[in-house]
Design a protein around this ligand. Structure first.
Ligand SMILES: [Zn+2]
Length: 199
């Protein structure tokens, strides 16, 4: 609710929820755990319920790597092995109430290409176009990598972008990476919102 007591943003046709990489390996205990990453799950469930109620599309991206992926340290990449296709670590968080008809977008599925953005080498743009999406509401993991890059590409593809500030968490390789990423997303043209702005 805003100061006037009504939601600031009315959800309508042309809106879509994009949930970025809420997978076991990015949660506490996972191979590439994001601190407090599990806190995005209940927050996103609230957004999911809202978009479901309004009959609006819900899309979930996932890292879906081969076992010899170039982003893994064994191949000179920056990360430990994570989100290997069909592994438990690559599954969506058990508590995430993703509806059966949600669209799942797998990314970085070949050994030699990485993709921080859900748009990179995927059908995401075509899916959004098929739904007639104009405004993208984006949350998930992690703020400073896949959320940042997905938001950036959505803006470049001329979507109006709302970042779900209560449903993102950073890796913070450097302690202020998350806050820098949030600033960057705003500078590039997105709007930071929380669930109170919608419901
Ligand atoms: Zn990855």
């Amino acid at each position: 609710m805003n100061a006037a007591g009504s939601p600031a943003i009315d959800l309508r046709d042309g809106d879509a929820l994009i949930i970025v990489d809420v997978q076991n390996d990015f949660l506490p205990g996972g191979a590439l755990a994001v601190k407090n990453g599990d806190e995005v799950v209940p927050a996103l469930n609230t957004y999911i319920d809202l978009f479901l109620t309004k009959g609006l599309p819900i899309i979930a991206t996932r890292d879906w790597h081969p076992a010899d992926h170039s982003s893994f340290q064994a191949r000179g990449g920056p990360w430990p092995p994570h989100c290997i296709a069909d592994s438990r670590g690559a599954q969506f968080a058990a508590g995430l109430r993703l509806p059966q008809d949600a669209t799942v977008i797998s990314k970085a599925v070949t050994p030699d290409k990485d993709a921080y953005s859900g748009f990179q080498g995927t059908e995401l743009e075509a899916v959004l176009r098929s739904y007639g999406v104009r405004r993208a509401f984006i949350g998930g993991l992690a703020t400073d990598y896949c959320v940042l890059n997905t938001v950036t590409d959505a803006l470049e593809n001329r979507y109006q972008v709302y970042v779900l500030r209560d449903a993102i968490r950073p890796v913070n390789v450097h302690p202020d990476d998350g806050s820098k990423a949030e600033q960057e997303m705003v500078t590039k043209g997105s709007t930071m919102i929380t669930i109170e702005d919608l419901a």
